[in-house]
Design a protein around this ligand. Structure first.
Ligand code: HEC
Ligand code: HEC
Ligand code: HEC
Ligand code: HEC
Length: 508
């Protein structure tokens, strides 16, 4: 026993010395960490004082050059994946069925896939959908259409309020909304914390009985995107703004495709009457956030920014890449921080999901095109409103479910199972519509199948629905040459008076 005791006290001394050494090194480490932190606080010295809604990105870049430089990379259009990428893809040429599906609506004239944030202003000016407004009161679009394009939007809302901003036509605010989506849209300039600048998102949370200011930091890393990457419509029936097209998200009953449809049914909203079938159609926008919410990544707490804004390292400094684009252009940064699989495997995982979803999507499109064409044949055969109403309702549902998925370019990966379920609803409703129309046709003595139209190219499809594209394109080209430079000149003069002035400071 005595022998055992002696050995124990010797071990105690060793333990004591080892502990002292460890404590000493821990102390050193702690002091080096605090020093580093002090250093990094020292590194950030704002060079310009930014106002609350400074819309000029270059000024923020003066304070945060790394984030700014990476954000400018959204101008790069070279990356192309199997279905998406940063290139602007003419979706109507890629899939001419779309022209018939949107017959009677401006999307049948022009619809391209999105590219980087850098092009937000250029592309909304250039699209045929915004027309050629020369006078402030000219249509076709309301000012509301600028809402997701620019940090000039919160700047203007600060003085005129949301209702004031949404009032009037799109062209009337042309000289005022000129900076592409930027830092002020997502950041508070004093703290650089993420913030919500779009009232529509706050109001949508409120309509669900939620308070967005309670969102966690990780949720904010998706919610900043949900300011724009969502389904929305323009509510013209608000008592506080007669006729004003007020930006609204249909979230009162929840954020699913089904709850949005329930909402639109309740408020009796229709975006356009289909030129061929006369069905009351809902045009889905881009419910990227809502569909993402139903996927496994959202369920595991992975945010949009985790995949679309990965951390990068430059000169020993770690920062958030603001080159927001397809994560397939940087799989190591975007996916392999969590997944051990090879780049090829992860890319293949994305493509197989997209391929499979595309199969059901194609089925839905063919069924819905047939439904529109057959409905037109029924009208031609003398069908009445009363006879057609049940079929038109099914066409409305089919097109809603199909477009909800089709409009969201990331959906097939973000949530493949939910996306397949929704497309299943589309195929089913289109089938129902076709059965109902076949009965109407038969009642009017038409028993032969209605032929599928010759719409193998965009040109043929646009001719089929009677669009004069040469005239539309020429008018737009003339407008871009004459009106856009005037807007830019007016903006330049206005911004020259802003503080700080870019012209006074040639360094910026
Ligand atoms: C103020 C509105 C707005 C916000 C906020 C916003 N986006 Fe966008 N985003 C757009 C618009 C508009 C486009 C299309 C621009 C174009 O095609 O001209 C776009 C395009 C994109 C694209 C396509 C890029 C490409 O290379 O094809 C991705 C990806 C994207 N956004 C992801 C995000 C993510 C992730 C967030 C949040 C971190 C976000 N966006 C926040 C409006 C916004
Ligand atoms: C679409 C939203 C969005 C836009 C636009 C945006 N940011 Fe960010 N920014 C983020 C997100 C998300 C983070 C990560 C924040 C976090 O997790 O705390 C971030 C982080 C930052 C940070 C913190 C440091 C870092 O790198 O993580 C800085 C500084 C910053 N951004 C500067 C800018 C500047 C400058 C611009 C304009 C050129 C800009 N941001 C535009 C969303 C945006
Ligand atoms: C922040 C971590 C994180 C990032 C970043 C991330 N993932 Fe995941 N991913 C997960 C988690 C967690 C799951 C759920 C599986 C689990 O819990 O083990 C998952 C699941 C998946 C699945 C299976 C989903 C299904 O449909 O069944 C695929 C495929 C996948 N990820 C691919 C990717 C790809 C591609 C990227 C990059 C674009 C990516 N992930 C980025 C964490 C991440
Ligand atoms: C787990 C990773 C992951 C998360 C989280 C994620 N995305 Fe994606 N996203 C992808 C991948 C992968 C694609 C497909 C890219 C391709 O096909 O090139 C994609 C595609 C997109 C596209 C179409 C891009 C294009 O090139 O046209 C948009 C827009 C988009 N995502 C926005 C979002 C938004 C907004 C959120 C959050 C609400 C989000 N994503 C969350 C991985 C992710």
């Amino acid at each position: 026993m005595a022998h055992y005791k002696k050995r124990a006290s010797w071990i105690n001394w060793v333990l004591f010395l080892v502990t002292m050494v460890v404590v000493f090194f821990l102390g050193l480490l702690a002091s080096s960490i605090t020093e580093r932190r002090a250093e990094s606080e020292y590194v950030y010295q704002p060079r310009v004082d930014l106002s609350e809604y400074e819309p000029r990105n270059v000024l923020w870049g003066w304070n945060f050059p790394r984030e700014y430089q990476s954000y400018l990379k959204t101008a790069d259009t070279t990356f192309r994946s199997k279905y998406n990428g940063s290139a602007m893809i003419d979706e109507l040429a890629e899939d001419p069925r779309l022209v018939v599906l949107w017959a009677g609506y401006s999307f049948s004239k022009d619809y391209s896939s999105s590219r980087g944030h850098y092009y937000a202003i250029t592309d909304i000016r250039n699209t045929l959908r915004t027309g050629t407004p020369r006078e402030p009161d000219d249509g076709p679009q309301p000012a509301t259409c600028w809402s997701c394009k620019s940090p000039d939007v919160p700047r203007l809302m600060e003085t005129m309020g949301p209702m004031g901003f949404y009032t009037g036509k799109w062209g009337a605010k042309g000289p005022d909304v000129v900076n592409f989506i930027g830092c002020a849209d997502c950041h508070d300039p004093k703290t650089m914390d993420l913030r919500i600048t779009r009232p529509a998102l706050k109001e949508a949370f409120k309509s669900m009985g939620k308070d967005i200011s309670q969102a966690t930091h990780q949720e904010m890393r998706s919610l900043v995107c949900a300011q724009c990457h969502v389904e929305y419509y323009f509510d013209k029936t608000r008592p506080d703004g007669a006729g004003v097209e007020y930006l609204t998200f249909p979230w009162k009953y929840g954020t699913s495709a089904d709850s949005a449809l329930k909402y639109y049914e309740a408020v009796k909203h229709t975006d356009f009457t289909h030129q061929m079938s006369k069905a009351p159609i809902l045009k889905a926008q881009h419910p990227d956030y809502e569909i993402y919410l139903t996927g496994i990544h959202a369920e595991r707490g992975v945010a949009c920014a985790d995949c679309h804004m990965p951390y990068v390292k430059e000169g020993g400094q770690k920062f958030t890449s603001h080159h927001i684009t397809s994560p397939l252009s940087n799989i190591s940064g975007s996916c392999q921080v969590c997944h051990r699989e090879s780049e090829e495997t992860l890319r293949a995982n994305v493509y197989t999901r997209q391929d499979k979803v595309k199969q059901i999507r194609d089925l839905a499109e063919m069924e819905i095109v047939r439904a529109h064409v057959e409905a037109k044949a029924a009208w031609n055969a003398g069908a009445t409103d009363y006879e057609m109403a049940p079929a038109l309702k099914q066409i409305r549902y089919a097109q809603w479910f199909w477009d909800y998925i089709s409009a969201s370019h990331g959906a097939a990966f973000h949530s493949p199972v939910e996306v397949s379920r929704i497309l299943g609803n589309a195929v089913n409703a289109a089938g129902e519509a076709r059965v109902l129309i076949a009965r109407v046709l038969a009642a009017h003595g038409k028993n032969q199948p209605v032929p599928y139209p010759e719409i193998t190219t965009k040109m043929l499809a646009q001719k089929y629905i009677g669009l004069d594209m040469a005239r539309l394109n020429a008018e737009k080209a003339g407008w871009i040459k004459t009106v856009v430079p005037v807007w830019d000149q007016m903006a330049k003069e206005r911004e020259a008076k802003m503080v700080p002035s870019l012209t006074e400071n040639p360094d910026i």
